[in-house]
Ligand binder design. Structure first.
Ligand code: 3H9
Length: 712
């Protein structure tokens, strides 16, 4: 056997008995970074020239095929006006397809994006049973840019190709086989390379050599592309890439391959230059970055959570208990009365039963999950728990009382966590004998659904406790973000000014529906007032009463929500809040509310308010507070704030989160607008010093975060 390495050993070529093996070894995911396409092209040239080689296998090292283009390169390519450090992937795929000898892609792990495109340019594809393939580019605001929209329809048909490119979800090997994307799947335990070599001899060397670009049979069946575009618009609201991906697949239905490829390339480049793609790539890396905490590395201990306990079986407590049960972790749930306990358990059961009815999991799985939840009225077994999470309503005295009690019974090393959404972890920790094990684990409602876990570190919280909770979040299927201990932490501290402005706008004459619609059209999952109704207006009302002594006299406060709460209008749960709700919780505008607001705020002059003002006031209130949080160190990086808003507050991923959005708008512009608001509305709009500084420097929050990380 002979072995030869291509540039930097990213691609290794070996030959054995007439079969060449090209191995990509670019850890961790074998992305097509500069050097890899060149290495493949060089290996193919060598195979072509070597008359002893009859066929070639293309495989990835470490049981991974290719995770796609190197996403880190896209920013550089966009900034350089399309210039790349590497040869274009299309050129290399052309070389593979026209090799003249069969090339077989052997897929293990993932063949995603450019990875699947590379595989499709090969003459055959074989896969391990555990492999996945997909065109996830739209999740990065892109479309496939190396023939994916042209070759995939030729293998899987136009409709399936459009769906795979526009939704971006990977499929497993069995489905890929069914669709014709792969030609053979090996059973678990079979060696992929051995199987691929056998396939080469048995099939590839006995059949005429066919290129994917020539396979036109499946293009005859044309789906309704407009219906596909409508479905994509419903599933991925405002996502340009999903629409353009379908346009490109549609092109395959009426353009020759080369023309379709050129059309795809044009759309790909348009997407690459778009803000949506910059935002989504920021989110891709951000999701991974938030797990990186200065001071925590592989040597930092993390305790295994095998037993959990939750205090409170209300909406939050019940949801948190479900998170543990869903992850297979036994959990005790304590309430103070049988009635509250029964209510909490009934709600958990109903929730699970809904999931079974919708086919999300089986009755058997539901029974298993329920069996992991132990309802109780006392602290029995709490001394065995590795983590105890308090999830009672927002009242400092009650929380302190509970922490005194659990401190007395919890075992040494157990984590004592509070699900508080605003209150001081340090003050709570102060009543315990183990502040290093006291931490905030702020779940978002509904806790069993929302992906965010805000982990809040107190002044004394140990790195081990933080590490444990960050890892626990992962185990519970959450994205964990570390926040510092300030009022409202990251999410709710920013949410306050955001919702304050939404209310002020109504008090100044904007309609309730207009405020919500503008933010919804921007891409938020819900408008700010409707969100208040969903979460319960009483939650904020209770918190405002708790912290009333901290309010600065003479500074304007919103009035309407307190008044609505005094009337018993807490939102969806009472059938009325900003809106009125029918039995199915469908909202309608209640014209009375706007006239009440006019009455309650008679001294505030009413005026026409533009949609631009609604948007800027709500979003820049978020940004200004985010800038303070960043400067004060309560958020580690601007992307941490973005991820909190994405997974906790329904901020659209294609806007990148509030801080990335501001970076993309341009901080000088954001700063100018905030100065205008300051002139009109006073000190609530004083620009954050960091925003002022970065605007002056023409910099961004992202650049500041990178500088700060280097300095740490
Ligand atoms: C594309 O291909 C366009 C084409 O049409 C071609 C056009 C010309 N690039 O997720 P993990 C990093 S677009 C660069 O934790 P897992 C990741 O940041 C691309 N880096 O592992 C992380 O770094 P760090 C289409 C990448 O095992 C580390 O690798 N492809 C890339 O949980 C480990 O990642 C995609 O969108 C990349 N392509 O999951 C696939 N991928 O350690 C994107 C990962 O510093 N990737 N990294 O934090 C994935 O979905 C997952 O990484 C994967 C593995 C499922 C593959």
């Amino acid at each position: 056997m002979s072995t030869q390495s291509a540039p930097q050993d990213l691609v290794v070529l070996s030959k054995d008995n007439g079969i060449a093996v090209i191995t990509i070894q670019n850890p961790p995911v074998n992305a097509l970074s500069p050097g890899v396409p060149e290495g493949i092209a060089k290996a193919i040239a060598e195979i072509k020239a070597d008359s002893t080689v009859l066929a070639a296998i293309l495989i990835g090292a470490n049981n991974r095929f290719i995770a796609g283009a190197d996403i880190r390169e896209f920013g550089k390519i966009a900034a350089a006006g399309g210039k790349r450090d590497s040869i274009g992937l299309n050129e290399v795929l052309d070389v593979i397809e026209n090799c003249g000898k069969p090339v077989i892609a052997a897929i293990d792990g993932h063949a995603l994006g450019g990875g699947l495109e590379t595989a499709m340019a090969c003459h055959y594809r074989v896969a391990a049973a555990t492999a996945h393939v997909g065109q996830p580019e739209c999740k990065l605001g892109l479309i496939p840019g190396a023939g994916g929209t042209q070759r995939l329809p030729r293998l899987a048909g136009l409709a399936k190709a459009a769906e795979l490119c526009a939704f971006g979800d990977p499929i497993n090997a069995a489905t890929a086989l069914e669709l014709g994307i792969v030609d053979r799947v090996f059973a678990k335990g079979e060696d992929l390379l051995t199987g691929a070599i056998a396939f080469a001899r048995e099939v590839a060397l006995t059949q005429p050599l066919l290129r994917t670009c020539d396979k036109d049979a499946k293009l005859a069946d044309k789906p309704d592309f407009d219906a596909l575009r409508a479905a994509a618009a419903k599933r991925s609201r405002n996502l340009n890439a999903a629409q353009r991906a379908i346009d490109a697949v549609e092109a395959a239905s009426h353009m020759p391959f080369a023309e379709g490829l050129a059309y795809e390339q044009k759309l790909f480049m348009d997407c690459l230059y778009s803000d949506q793609s910059k935002a989504l790539i920021h989110i891709f890396f951000g999701e991974r970055e938030v797990a990186k905490i200065p001071g925590i590395d592989k040597t930092t201990p993390a305790f295994t959570i095998e037993q959990a306990a939750v205090i409170g079986a209300g909406t939050m407590g019940g949801g948190i208990a479900m998170c543990f049960a869903n992850a297979g972790i036994p959990v005790r749930v304590k309430e103070t009365s049988q009635e509250a306990l029964d209510r909490g358990l009934a709600s958990i059961r109903k929730n699970y039963a809904n999931s079974v009815a919708k086919g999300r999991f089986t009755q058997e799985a539901m029974d298993k999950r329920l069996a992991l939840i132990t309802p109780q009225l006392d602290y029995t077994g709490f001394d065995d728990a590795d983590i105890i999470i308090e999830a009672v309503f927002e009242g400092m005295e009650l929380k302190k009382q509970i922490f005194r009690e659990v401190d007395a019974i919890a075992k040494a090393g157990a984590i004592l966590a509070s699900n508080t959404s605003t209150l001081s972890i340090d003050e709570i920790a102060s009543v315990t004998t183990r502040p290093e094990f006291v931490i905030g684990t702020h779940f978002f409602s509904p806790a069993n659904v929302m992906k965010l876990l805000e982990v809040v570190r107190g002044a004394s919280t140990s790195l081990a406790a933080i590490n444990t909770c960050m890892q626990l979040g992962k185990k519970l299927g959450k994205v964990s973000v570390l926040a510092g201990n300030c009022f409202g932490f990251i999410g709710n501290r920013m949410f306050g000014p955001y919702r304050r402005e939404a209310q002020f706008l109504v008090e100044e004459g904007a309609s309730i529906a207009a405020v919500d619609q503008v933010l919804y059209d921007f891409g938020m999952a819900m408008g700010p007032l409707a969100t208040g109704d969903l979460a319960g207006l009483d939650v904020g009302w209770r918190i405002r009463k708790e912290v009333a002594h901290l309010q600065k006299p003479g500074v304007r406060q919103p009035i309407a929500e307190d008044k609505l709460c005094e009337m018993g209008r807490f939102g969806q749960k009472t059938g009325a809040g900003w809106y009125v709700y029918d039995a199915e919780r469908k909202a309608s505008v209640d014209p009375q509310v706007e006239s009440w607001v006019r009455e309650w705020t008679g001294e505030i002059p009413k005026r026409e308010i533009t949609n631009d003002e609604i948007l800027d006031r709500c979003l820049y209130a978020l940004v200004n507070e985010g800038a303070r949080l960043l400067e004060e160190g309560f958020a580690l990086r601007s992307v941490d704030i973005d991820i909190v808003y994405l997974y906790g507050y329904g901020f659209p991923a294609y806007r990148g989160g509030p801080m990335k959005y501001a970076d993309l708008v341009g901080l000088p512009k954001v700063y100018q607008r905030i100065k205008e608001f300051e002139a009109q509305h006073g000190e609530l709009w004083t620009p954050a010093p960091l925003l002022e500084q970065l605007a002056r420097e023409g910099s961004t929050f992202e650049a500041y975060s990178k500088r700060a990380a280097v300095a740490r």
